[in-house]
Design a protein around this ligand. Structure first.
Ligand SMILES: [Zn+2]
Ligand SMILES: [Zn+2]
Ligand SMILES: [Zn+2]
Length: 363
């Protein structure tokens, strides 16, 4: 019906629709603007810059430091995954240029400088590198993604008990425009002493919601999303992939376990398979709909500082680089998304996730 109406109206006489909307994120209480109304140019996926340009790929493919890490004076591996042919499929080694220095022992204490607080920036900064130079996480077989999740868990379990570690952040930068400096696919893990403000915001929100409603805010969110189906992209036995109601960027996607679990590190073997499939589906679909855009994804899980976080619910957030944060976003903390999550999820749901170009790396 609405289609017919819009056809009969000429462009000049059509009344502007006030389609912009403020939406509040259920856990954190953050507000976003979904601005799709007049005055904003319609979103055009073909205008999104690719993760890497051809020239950048060519440049990064000469003397890649991660194709043969042993030849590029990387630090010694902390873990290697091997194939049946005794070749490596994934390896983990400390970052040569760490944001956090490895602790020398002893307790980390806060120091004062006038009214300010500071402490030594200690922690563990590791790189999780997969073998194939071109097959990023959105292009590899989902079983390979499951292996990456297994690597995350293995390192997490090792680092979480270190004295100076209270939080383990795991993230992946895809593309120069997402902050990537090396083209060869790799995730990063930083285990450090503080709980980041963003996680704290989620933790506070979870407790606030629990006090009021006696249930997990993310379970509530998931239940509603599954019931309405408006923003669902993909689901399997253990995971649901959807665009969040209050998306901070166009085509933001979350991957969330169906069953309530605060702690990623307790993921079961079969969940790594279904979780790898869910993450792979999400990344492939983003890749296809937006034409290999730059994106970041990261894992949000309960801190490992010994406190009880039983009301938290771990998840993965994927943020494609579909916009640039300008003055308004920086000054207010309110992001503007130019595509409704309902429209984005429909596109992502309907696209075929088959890979157009895959380099077989399972042999
Ligand atoms: Zn490489
Ligand atoms: Zn939950
Ligand atoms: Zn989160």
């Amino acid at each position: 019906m609405s289609k017919k109406k819009s056809k009969t109206k000429s462009k000049k006489t059509a009344k502007p629709k006030a389609k912009s909307q403020l939406r509040q994120e259920l856990a954190t209480g953050d507000w976003v603007v979904i601005a799709t109304g007049r005055g904003r140019r319609p979103f055009d996926p073909s205008k999104i810059e690719p993760a890497w340009t051809e020239a950048e790929i060519a440049e990064q493919s000469r003397d890649c430091p991660f194709c043969e890490p042993e030849k590029s004076s990387q630090e010694e591996d902390v873990l290697i995954y091997k194939t049946v042919d005794d070749d490596w499929s994934l390896r983990i080694f400390p970052n040569k240029f760490p944001a956090f220095n490895r602790p020398l022992g002893g307790r980390i204490v806060e120091q004062k400088e006038g009214p300010y607080t500071k402490m030594d920036s200690v922690g563990y900064h590791e790189l999780i590198v997969t073998k194939n130079h071109h097959n990023n996480l959105g292009k590899m077989e989902s079983l390979r993604v499951a292996e990456v999740l297994d690597a995350y868990q293995t390192r997490y379990l090792d680092l979480m008990n270190k004295k100076s570690v209270n939080y383990v952040e795991i993230f992946y930068n895809h593309g120069k425009r997402a902050g990537g400096s090396i083209y060869h696919p790799h995730s990063q893990l930083i285990a450090f002493p503080i709980i980041s403000p963003y996680i704290q915001l989620e933790l506070d929100g979870v407790e606030r919601y629990y006090k009021k409603h006696k249930r997990c805010v993310y379970c509530t969110m998931l239940e509603h999303e599954l019931e309405s189906g408006d923003r669902i992209i993909y689901e399997n036995d253990d995971f649901v992939v959807f665009c969040p109601f209050a998306s901070r960027a166009a085509f933001e996607v979350w991957v969330m376990p169906r069953s309530h679990s605060p702690y990623f590190e307790r993921i079961l073997d079969e969940e790594k398979i279904t979780g790898g499939k869910a993450l792979s589906e999400a990344l492939r679909r983003i890749d296809k709909v937006l034409g290999d855009p730059a994106y970041n994804f990261y894992l949000h899980t309960a801190p490992c500082d010994g406190k009880d976080y039983k009301h938290y619910h771990w998840h993965i957030e994927i943020l494609p680089k579909t916009s640039v944060w300008a003055g308004f976003e920086l000054s207010t903390g309110i992001e503007i998304s130019t595509v409704e999550p309902e429209v984005a999820s429909k596109k992502l749901r309907e696209v075929s996730p088959t890979l157009s170009k895959i380099i077989k790396d399972l042999q």
